[in-house]
Design a protein around this ligand. Structure first.
Ligand SMILES: Cc1cc2nc3c(=O)[nH]c(=O)nc-3n(C[C@H](O)[C@H](O)[C@H](O)COP(=O)(O)OP(=O)(O)OC[C@H]3O[C@@H](n4cnc5c(N)ncnc54)[C@H](O)[C@@H]3O)c2cc1C
Length: 401
């Protein structure tokens, strides 16, 4: 394992840290109290600055206008950007666009790349990924009800999806639908590009999540596909390859998430230590930092963050060197370890802030509300634990299904 950070990357990380501190963190109070759509103009200006600094799209290939970083490098950038909820959006590496860029780049036709990938990579349009269904278990994604049936040169799509993140205002969705119901289970579904202005693409609502429906990029859509007709040339990759392509997307995507969550841990840790050092809790001027329980939270958090960080960098290094398939055990482990580490660290930081922690006067309550989902999306904790344990136990004999 070699995690040496090159001089060039050190400089890049320094520039990004400074940009996050000076340009983005000061926008947070406005971001928390306003609709996202109201923030778009100021965020557009920040994006311009990022492009001028040649820091746009850390993970986007150079030929598409990005920095073309490898996964370990992008992980480090992601950690720095994760300190603020605005980081990834302003640098052009926000989910779900980042994953969609990856799959369009690897599997898109020339025409699809021109029409969808190029403007997406430049941040001129947004996209969403529409797989999870209201009535089917997302934890077992092969159980899909959405169908895409051929009719002349078209597909006609019918289905009921939700948690299509950022659907509101997206130019197109990549939809997972059953095209080959007679094929073996893993070869039944395909990915199809659906422009959101297609008749039959119905955004029913932005789902209220932890008290907020959100809007624009900061939202999760419920979508009814009703006889939604798109040309067959909108098929992404080969027919029946939907799950294979989804797997390609998930390995690196989980590294991006985990490193972003570590950024949230670092920010929460900073806030916890600052507050503990300033908040006087006795007439003789002693601060919270003098209390053993707080010291224990600080030490536990530091150790957990360090362990989670090394595990994640190791998984990224393994994907970079031997590929996502070979690294799937490491990826399963980090997915639940880092999500839980983040939850513990945010919770302790919030507790140290007392009543202030519950308000929106710091970013902690936002993190607390929005990041609970980390233990559910991209594979719930229990699913990762079960699939890892089955593979691990198989080394000792049959573990059963
Ligand atoms: C904030 C957020 C953003 C999302 N963004 C997107 C998106 O952009 N596009 C998209 O398509 N989807 C998205 N999702 C959906 C997400 O992928 C699913 O919620 C997830 O896969 C779980 O599926 P489910 O909600 O149907 O839960 P279910 O499959 O019903 O599972 C419910 C619970 O059961 C338990 N469980 C499930 N299977 C097992 C098992 N084998 N053993 C033990 N316990 C088990 C787990 O605790 C799980 O949380 C998002 C979800 C959230 C919360």
């Amino acid at each position: 394992m070699d995690f040496t950070i090159s001089d060039k990357m050190q400089t890049v990380l320094g520039m990004i840290d400074e940009f996050v501190d000076k340009e983005l963190i000061p926008l947070e109070p406005e971001f928390i109290t306003h609709n996202f759509s109201e923030m778009v103009p100021v965020l557009k200006d920040k994006r311009k600055m990022v492009k001028q600094m040649e820091l746009w799209g850390p993970q986007i290939p150079k030929e598409l206008g990005g920095m073309g970083l490898n996964l370990v490098e992008h992980g480090l950038v992601s950690e720095s950007l994760g300190r603020t909820p605005l980081g990834h959006y302003v640098f052009g590496c926000q989910a779900p666009d980042a994953g969609n860029i990856e799959i369009l780049h690897s599997h898109g036709t020339k025409e699809q790349k021109k029409q969808y990938l190029e403007p997406l990579a430049m941040g001129d349009i947004r996209s969403c990924f529409s797989m999870t269904e209201v009535d089917m278990p997302g934890s077992n994604p092969v159980m899909l009800e959405t169908t895409a049936v051929k009719d002349g040169d078209d597909y006609i799509i019918n289905g009921h999806k939700w948690y299509t993140t950022a659907a509101d205002g997206s130019e197109f969705a990549i939809v997972m639908a059953v095209t080959n119901p007679e094929a073996p289970t893993y070869l039944q579904a395909s990915m199809i590009i659906v422009p959101t202005n297609t008749p039959g693409f119905n955004l029913v609502r932005n789902i209220p999540v932890m008290g907020h429906s959100g809007d624009d990029y900061a939202s999760h859509g419920e979508i009814l596909y009703q006889s939604c007709r798109v040309p067959q040339k909108n098929l992404l990759g080969a027919e029946g390859q939907g799950f294979v392509i989804a797997q390609d997307r998930l390995g690196p995507g989980r590294i991006h998430h985990c490193m972003r969550w570590l950024g949230i841990c670092n920010r929460s840790m900073d806030l916890m230590c600052q507050r503990a050092s300033e908040r006087k809790i006795s007439p003789d001027g002693k601060t919270l930092a003098t209390r053993q329980i707080v010291q224990q939270w600080v030490a536990d958090s530091a150790a957990e963050i360090q362990a989670a960080r090394l595990m994640t960098l190791h998984a990224a290094w393994k994907i970079d060197t031997v590929g996502a398939k070979e690294a799937r055990d490491e990826v399963s482990l980090i997915k639940f370890v880092v999500a839980n580490t983040m939850q513990h660290v945010i919770d302790r930081a919030l507790q140290v802030h007392g009543g202030l922690g519950m308000t929106d006067d710091t970013i902690l309550a936002f993190f607390y509300r929005h990041e609970r989902a980390a233990r559910i999306y991209d594979g719930a904790d229990e699913v990762h634990k079960a699939s890892f344990a089955r593979r691990y136990l198989n080394r000792y004999g049959k573990s059963g299904k």
